[in-house]
Write a protein that binds this ligand. Structure first.
Ligand code: UDX
Ligand code: UDX
Length: 464
């Protein structure tokens, strides 16, 4: 099938590459000409496992990149809208890019097209897109607007797209539902996964992926409600972690004990420094704004955000609890990305914490396997005198530092040579915001270990 994808961000680029991979003819359009030039030359602007190989395999063949939207839309049977939907000042989703693209594609409509809303948008957006397109399009233009939310996680975006838990299609008519069913047939039949050279199916992914056909409004609601629920799980476990600290128990045991109840599930119960990223904070605020517009107060969402913010403050207190004053201390920070497996630092709790450390007068020597370049831009406006530098290995960061502070759950940070770390540090202190180690292991190596939701028997200071 011929497909156009408008927007080449995380969602658009991954969708375009994966749709080409399953056999479609895809044109990916972006109005950022520098980005398109990079993509055309084979550069992959985001750090995402499997994405470079898919782009290399299909670029110039089933996958093309261009800035002109009109020709791409004219050729396509399905047009995906995957432009950004940032948070506006008051927290609601800023849909101006979606509106702009709707107008642009209306002018290029010829024959029948399915317009697919892929960006995360509030319920009712499909109606707005439909009205906007209808107003601008030629009188004989035929189209349907479908909501097909994307549930991909950064870091595992490609396998999330190719082997999803479910594909949600919100279509209000049979014709559009048919096009979407055909589009995803290689995934819903399991045929793609059996092809030679297919990206391997991750353990535990459903085989094949089910298709959920529903209304456009339900699909929009499913997306926001899913993200809000996942964020709620994280804030819930973080609050329980604080109780575990007070009670002198271990959140890892408690989370495992809760998670084995299949009604609750094990995932998204990792306590830490709180959630970040381009989706959860923004989508929670947008979902709350939707409720407000409906005359409903969804205060649970306020609380989820409040606990998340507090979790960072609690972690800052933890670091101070381990070191007393931060002024003049050198901190070796491991991790800047908002989570492992990505170079994305949008709303990263690690960035916010480094800023707090600097404000307290600490010197920060930071490492991240992928996100240093992206992080540098975040720190562009630092106060004069702030001492921040970046290094290329965790051991280099630890050299002469007063503590090692883990902020992102990169797997390599869970496999550090702790003897080497202890020898490199000026003070043998490890403050772990992601619970990557068992306390007895770290303490057995002669380090003071402070983590989240676990009170160390040996720790000389209160950690909550
Ligand atoms: C996506 C979704 O769009 C968002 O709804 C979801 O919540 C998070 O993931 P993402 O792909 O990360 O966002 O967005 P971004 O990286 O901002 O990429 C959007 C792209 O669209 C940019 O490359 C931008 O240049 C392009 N764009 C934007 C257009 O081509 N035309 C426009 O009018 C606006
Ligand atoms: C999320 C959703 O998972 C995905 O379905 C949606 O399409 C986009 O938003 P993403 O933002 O890529 O994906 O990351 P995710 O893996 O969900 O993690 C979000 C944040 O929560 C990260 O900061 C992560 O470190 C944190 N997190 C996650 C926890 O603190 N604990 C957990 O148990 C899980």
């Amino acid at each position: 099938m011929r497909v156009a994808v408008i927007g080449s961000g995380y969602v658009g680029l991954v969708a375009a590459a994966c749709l080409a991979e399953i056999g479609h003819d895809v044109v990916c359009v972006d109005n950022d000409s520098a980005r398109i030039a990079r993509l055309q030359s084979g550069e992959v602007p985001i750090f995402e496992h499997h994405l470079p190989e898919l782009i290399a395999r299909h670029r110039g063949g089933r996958l093309r990149f261009q800035t002109e939207l009109g020709p791409a839309v004219r050729e396509a049977q399905a047009v995906f809208i995957a432009v950004g939907t940032p948070a506006s000042e008051e927290g609601s989703a800023d849909l101006s890019y979606v509106e702009l693209v709707s107008r642009q594609l209306a002018e290029a409509l010829e024959g029948y097209k399915v317009i697919v809303e892929k960006s995360t948008v509030p319920v009712y957006t499909s109606d707005w897109v439909r009205r906007t397109v209808a107003r601008k399009a030629a009188a004989d233009a035929q189209f349907d607007v479908v909501s097909n939310p994307e549930f991909l996680r950064e870091g595992s975006a490609v396998t999330d797209f190719l082997y999803p838990d479910r594909i949600v299609v919100g279509a209000d008519g049979p014709r559009a539902a048919e096009v979407m069913t055909e589009l995803y047939a290689p995934l819903t039949s399991g045929e793609y996964g059996r092809r030679a050279g297919a990206v391997p199916r991750p353990a535990g992914a459903p085989d094949p992926s089910p298709l959920i056909l529903t209304s456009a409004k339900s699909a929009e609601m499913i997306k926001h409600a899913s993200n809000a629920f996942l964020a709620m799980k994280i804030s819930f476990i973080n609050m329980v972690a604080r109780m575990c600290e007070a009670a002198g128990t271990d959140i890892e045991h408690v989370a495992a004990g809760i998670g084995t109840d299949r009604r609750i599930g094990r995932s998204f119960l990792r306590a830490g420094v709180g959630f970040g990223g381009s989706c959860f904070p923004k989508d929670l605020k947008a979902f709350r704004a939707v409720a407000e517009e409906m005359g409903l107060e969804f205060r649970l969402l306020d609380e989820v955000l409040r606990i998340n913010e507090e979790q960072r403050q609690a972690f800052l207190r933890k670091v101070k609890g381990a070191l007393w004053n931060l002024k003049g201390k050198r901190l070796a920070v491991l991790g800047l990305a908002f989570k492992a497996g990505t170079d994305d630092v949008r709303e990263s709790p690690a960035i916010a914490l480094v800023q707090s450390f600097l404000k307290e007068g600490a010197e920060v020597v930071a490492h991240d396997p992928a996100a240093i370049e992206a992080a540098k831009a975040e720190f562009a406006g630092l106060a004069p005198g702030a001492r921040l530098s970046f290094v290329s290995s965790p051991y280099e960061a630890a050299e002469g530092a007063d503590a090692l502070v883990i902020l992102t759950e990169w797997p390599e940070y869970a496999r550090l040579d702790l003897d080497r770390i202890r020898k490199s540090l000026r003070e043998p202190v490890l403050v772990d915001g992601r619970n990557l180690y068992r306390p007895e292991v770290v303490e057995g190596k002669g380090l003071t270990y402070v983590s989240v939701g676990r009170k160390s028997a040996k720790s000389p200071v209160a950690t909550n």
